[in-house]
Design a protein. Structure first.
Ligand SMILES: [Zn+2]
Ligand SMILES: [Zn+2]
Length: 875
């Protein structure tokens, strides 16, 4: 059975039994911005299980893309060394939202396993939670499994919970006995052993209780079912493969690695590790980039970077010194195209992102490896086994080596890593780069302020006006006690409603008042320690440290900014809905008068789609949806080395901004209260900013109205000018253009006719001078080019001779002289034109066969042309 069949059979089986097939959610969780990656089938149904999100079905089935890397389940360093650990995998599942429970879940699972997939009952085992008598009875009574193959296990193996609180319940697993040969050989090898003999195939979770903060569990009114079957594992069993890598999901990729590297799979255990790493990581990289993740130095992007660089390092062990990963990842798109056609569509994009990351890292990999090996040899000769933090940092900072690579290299050498020292160096570097960025802000003064533990308290989410004490005044970078009228200063207060520029949203403007004092705030920004700095000019009076002032944000500008900001959330969600899950915000600028939104996407968006996007955004605006803002703990969400080190823009508490169920983002900015406040969204442009990144510019609210009015004004003026109704304009202009084309054609025809007539008439005026045919004549041509054309035309007619043509406008005369080749030994066009031009107050010259000139006395042209015959006679 191919894995495509396996996946399809699973979904079809449950669909036939009343389940709705639900498409895999993106690897970047939409409903849960605190989760690094989608890591199970139930993630997209989390809110449905909690009863917060009603769906129009109560049974669902899916094949879900999952990534486990970089988070709590950091499998990265094991991948390649085992046959079953993966960064990317698919989870097949069936779900009941308060509909059926244990009896049907067990019955269906057993039927699918034994009858449809044809696994022999005598090889299967089942585990249940130790206290779950009900499950035990159901398995024993309703299926044909032998009762002695039902095993009770403890909380660690067979109890599931969504989090510390919330839904939880016992689970039950179906396992297959792969036989003695695969056993670890330990005396206590049985179901629950970590080795591969008893392989877990399918986990059925019985969501039965709700756990509260005190740990007490109460039964749920409507218990639910959540199951998960690893597709790769099941494929291995059905295809008789010893490891997941030997299935049809991996083998085509491994064949590609074989052909690129010239090494064969399963010939050497060391090389096999490298092949498995490359194969596994190619899959993760292709799917992550397909879902819009880009390599970067923080968060999800850094996990992707670690995966890519680890693969490149292992590729090097296979002798692959040129970029190769984009090829193996391209193979993944081929293998997965039936289930994920969108991956194949994004293939070019995925390859180009991988290739540029490969090239970047290959530039430092060799030198880095040499430096690392030398350093490790040195450590060993000193009899040490701990890799110092500053070496780990140097490898990261200078050579771009994620820590995983160092771990891989010393994996079998029993060496430990001084991660504490590494993090200390990282922290210092962060301080240095902050200092660089803010040197113009004279950060030393602000640094002293934060050294005293002072942070500005931002009250601008709720208020636009506040009273507070002046903590610091800076004039030209120097802290001063007081400042007076006309001075440009920076002011820090204990509390402020002013938003300091961050996350793309510009800083607030407004005024600071005091007794007889008024300061205009022209910009607000933050120092790296979250001190909010008001910059501006004292309009009157004076301000001193320690005084209480009133801070008032410019209401109009702030509201306009909030409209533009809020609409970026809507736009982001709509872009994903219309263009696909690969769309991810890549940057934004939110100002009072406009907004800019950059996002990952691989091609230009056509006008129809843009209009559809604009329409859908305005739909959401009109639904007047309230924005819900929730503050929550980010600690657990970001407990990974990647995020702990790099995710510095999020503090201990994160703000989650949601609009019903279609948008949920981590965001520290300020927003409108309801989407209706935005009023109107008008898209201005769409274009490319970098490889794989597009930009949309737009306006909202009053600016959108002004823009629309301006566009209509232009249209009206145009209509009046053309004497047409606005909606007839297209027709009218098309007609005009057609008319113009016709006129141009007519004009060309009559010009040709005129030429012909002129030349016929001219030929009768040819005089023979010194045995040479000479024609000197005034012509009607308004440009030098037209005059030259006419001369060429006449030249073709007279075949041999000298032609002098002149034309005039009220301001000037034009002249052209042509000498045919038979007469070039005696005559020079340049010399002739010079003499003729002199008679019309000009000069000129040119080649022996053709020359042009101009003159400022057009009234003398007839006289000059008459003189041509004499000039030729004398020459
Ligand atoms: Zn074992
Ligand atoms: Zn926001």
């Amino acid at each position: 059975m191919t894995s495509d069949d396996l996946r399809r059979e699973f979904l079809a089986y449950f669909e036939q039994r009343g389940h709705t097939i639900v498409k895999s959610a993106s690897l970047v969780p939409q409903d849960d911005p605190t989760l690094l990656f989608t890591n199970a089938g139930m993630v997209q149904f989390k809110r449905t299980f909690l009863g917060e999100d009603k769906r129009d079905y109560v049974r669902a089935t899916s094949s879900q893309k999952c990534v486990r890397a970089g988070g709590k389940h950091n499998d990265l360093e094991n991948v390649g060394h085992t046959g079953r650990h993966h960064t990317f995998f698919e989870m097949l599942g069936n779900f009941s939202f308060g509909d059926y429970f244990k009896p049907l879940a067990i019955e269906l699972a057993w039927d699918l396993m034994t009858r449809v997939y044809g696994l022999p009952a005598e090889k299967l085992w089942v585990s249940v939670y130790k206290d779950d008598d009900e499950a035990h009875t159901l398995w024993a009574g309703n299926t044909d499994i032998a009762e002695d193959r039902i095993v009770r296990l403890g909380e660690k193996d067979n109890f599931w919970s969504m989090g510390d609180t919330g839904p939880c319940g016992p689970c039950s697993e179906i396992l297959i006995d792969q036989g003695e040969a695969i056993s670890c050989g330990k005396a206590d090898c049985r179901v629950g052993c970590d080795c591969d003999r008893y392989l877990e195939l399918w986990n059925l979770v019985f969501m039965e209780f709700n756990r509260d903060k005190s740990g007490e569990m109460t039964p749920l009114p409507k218990p639910s079912i959540d199951t998960g079957m690893g597709l790769e594992r099941m494929a291995a069993v059905l295809q008789g493969a010893t490891t997941n890598y030997e299935t049809d999901l991996f083998m085509p990729v491994i064949r590609e690695i074989e052909s690129l590297s010239g090494h064969a799979f399963q010939q050497s255990p060391e090389l096999d590790v490298s092949m498995k790493v490359v194969a596994d990581h190619s899959r993760a990289a292709a799917f992550l980039i397909g879902d819009g993740v880009l390599p970067s130095n923080e968060g999800r992007g850094y996990v992707l970077r670690r995966i890519l660089r680890r693969a490149v390092r292992y590729g090097r062990m296979l002798g692959l010194t040129k970029p190769f990963l984009h090829e193996t990842a391209g193979k993944v798109s081929q293998v997965m195209k039936t289930a994920y056609p969108e991956l194949l569509e994004a293939d070019t994009y995925i390859r180009s992102i991988i290739r540029s990351e490969e090239e970047r890292f290959l530039g430092t990999l060799d030198t880095g490896l040499r430096v690392l090996e030398d350093a490790l040899a040195e450590i060993k000769t000193q009899g040490l086994s701990r890799i110092p933090g500053n070496l780990i940092f140097k490898m990261y900072d200078t050579y771009g080596f994620p820590v995983d690579i160092i771990r891989d290299i010393v994996r079998d050498e029993g060496m430990s890593l001084d991660m504490e020292g590494f993090q200390k160096d990282m922290a210092q570097q962060r301080l240095r780069s902050r200092a660089e960025k803010t040197s113009s802000l004279e950060s030393s003064a602000y640094g002293e302020l934060s050294a005293q533990g002072i942070k500005t308290h931002f009250v601008g989410y709720e208020h636009r006006k506040a009273e507070s004490e002046v903590l610091m005044i800076l004039r030209q970078g120097e802290a001063v006690k007081q400042a007076g009228q006309g001075e440009e200063i920076e002011v820090v207060t204990a509390e402020t409603p002013f938003y300091g520029e961050a996350g793309g949203q510009v800083g607030d403007r407004g005024h600071i008042h005091g007794q007889g004092f008024d300061m205009e705030v022209t910009d607000t920004f933050k120092d790296p320690n979250d001190i909010i700095i008001h910059k501006g000019k004292v309009l009157k009076g004076s301000i001193s440290v320690g005084k209480t002032v009133t801070l008032i944000v410019n209401d109009e500008k702030r509201s306009a900014t909030e409209k533009n900001h809020t609409v970026t959330h809507i736009l982001h969600a709509i872009l994903r809905q219309v263009l696909g899950d690969h769309v991810k915000q890549a940057g934004s600028l939110v100002a009072p008068d406009r907004l800019r939104f950059d996002f990952t996407h691989f091609s230009a968006i056509d006008q129809d789609t843009l209009q559809e996007i604009e329409r859908l955004v305005n739909d959401r605006i009109q639904q007047n949806i309230p924005l819900e803002v929730q503050e929550m703990d980010s600690e657990e969400a970001f407990r990974t080395d990647a995020t702990a080190l790099f995710e510095e823009k999020y503090g201990d508490r994160v703000r989650v901004v949601a609009m019903e169920d279609f948008s949920k983002e981590l965001c520290g900015g300020t927003h409108s209260e309801r989407t209706g406040d935005i009023g109107l969204f008008k898209l201005l442009s769409e274009g490319s900013v970098a490889a794989g990144v597009r930009r949309i510019e737009a306006v909202t609210g009053a600016a959108a109205v002004a823009h629309t009015q301006e566009a209509f004004r232009t249209l009206r003026v145009l209509a009046e000018t053309l004497k047409a109704k606005p909606h007839d304009l297209t027709d009218r202009v098309e007609k005009l253009l057609a008319q113009q084309k016709g006129l141009e054609k007519e004009l060309a025809a009559s010009k040709a006719q005129l030429h012909a007539e002129t030349s016929d008439r001219s030929l009768s005026e040819v005089k023979v001078v010194n045995g040479v045919s000479v024609l000197a004549q005034e012509a009607s041509a308004d440009t030098p080019a037209a005059l030259r054309d006419l001369a060429d035309h006449l030249k073709a007619k007279i075949k041999s001779g000298i032609i002098v043509l002149g034309s005039r406008t009220p301001e000037k005369a034009l002249l052209v002289v042509v000498v045919t080749k038979e007469h070039l030994d005696r005559y020079h066009a340049g010399n002739i034109v010079k003499q003729v031009a002199a008679l019309v107050g000009g000069g000129g010259g040119g080649r022996p066969d053709m020359a042009q000139a101009g003159g400022s006395q057009p009234e003398k042209l007839p006289e000059a042309l008459a003189a041509v015959y004499d000039i030729v006679a004398r020459a």
